[in-house]
Design a protein around this ligand. Sequence first.
Ligand code: PLP
Length: 404
Amino acid sequence: MGTDVMIKPALRTAHITYAVRDIAVLAQEVAKTGREMLYLNIGDPNQFDFVTPPHIVAAIHEALKKNYNGYSPSSGIPEAVEAVRKSAGRKGIRNIQDIFITTGASEAIDICLSALVNRGENVLTPSPGYPLYTAILSRLEAVENPYFLDEDNHWQPSLSDIAAKIDEKTRAIVLINPNNPTGSNCSRELLEGLVKLARAHDLVIFADEIYDRLLLDGGQHISIASLDSDLPVITFNGLSKNYIGPGLRIGWGIISGDRERLKEYKEAVNKILRARLCANHPIQYAVKPALEGDQSHLQDMNVRLTQRRDITVEMLNSLPGISCVQPSGAFYAFPRLHIEEDDNLWVRDLIRETGVVVVPGSGFGQAPGTHHFRLVFLPPVEILEKAYRQIAGFMARRSVATTA
Ligand code: PLP
């Protein structure tokens, strides 16, 4: 016989939020009213005028036709692992102890954090940063230990803040480079400072480099693992952004550093990899052609993104009440709102009144007392210009309303 006793979810889910998708619910409601929507909220290039390169799609077709639909080895098919190894070598990553292919970089991040962090231990995460880390740490009953990126220094991580926040329970530092949501790309000097801190305190570095080929202004990306071959670093990357295929759900992790120090950790990662069987098998055949085939889409993408970034920074910085640090990588900007009210409220009103969808800065973390929003400058110029004109009108109406 049934009862009406409520099924209580585990407490570890209580603090899991994902601002990007949460805001989409409100956007859907507004869209139902018939208003024209301008979506600047989701970092998915395929929703705009970016297409997965055809040689990558062909490799997946071929694998499906060949019936490569059984399970693969838990670490991934050898040709994909080898392609990742060579690509890591080209970025100067040495002393590689292991490489594994996963269901998006997200799964690699989840597995690598799960294999390291115990309940009550903490991990330094960038603020602002990508909310997946918060969600996983919450699930592990571990503690997020946010460190600030310095808005006055092109959103570079603040080494003094990191140093001040390391304690005896700190296990790792997450570095998102280029960063989501700020689009900043770390300098060599900064990365060297981070390496020193990690060495001094025996910390692992989780280097999320999912945007490493999306560099504007011809900038250079440095993999932090390439700066110290003994330091334990786990580097994450995948097909989602650089290869315009987030729905392909293929990513990877690269463990590099001193073999002896990493022995037990590597085995722990592999236990989890085996238990979840494997990543999507046929799609893994896209990795080698992606990393070793025609790369011309990157140049094309970076030209278009630079143009869209320039319009974004120029138009937003011309608005009273908004200032925007110029992003140098990825496809995000994190403009500051010089307002008194909560950015959540500001964004919700913006969506309702204008149909422009962005994400509140509080969903990514920000310095106390500051307010921001994140936008994606993937849409074509006409859409961006329209959206920024809407934001200008919204700001003007609001300032009249508050000063009246
Ligand atoms: N890491 C960062 C910084 C991201 O911005 C994203 C997606 O937006 C991911 C990881 C997720 O990557 P994947 O699609 O490979 O799971």
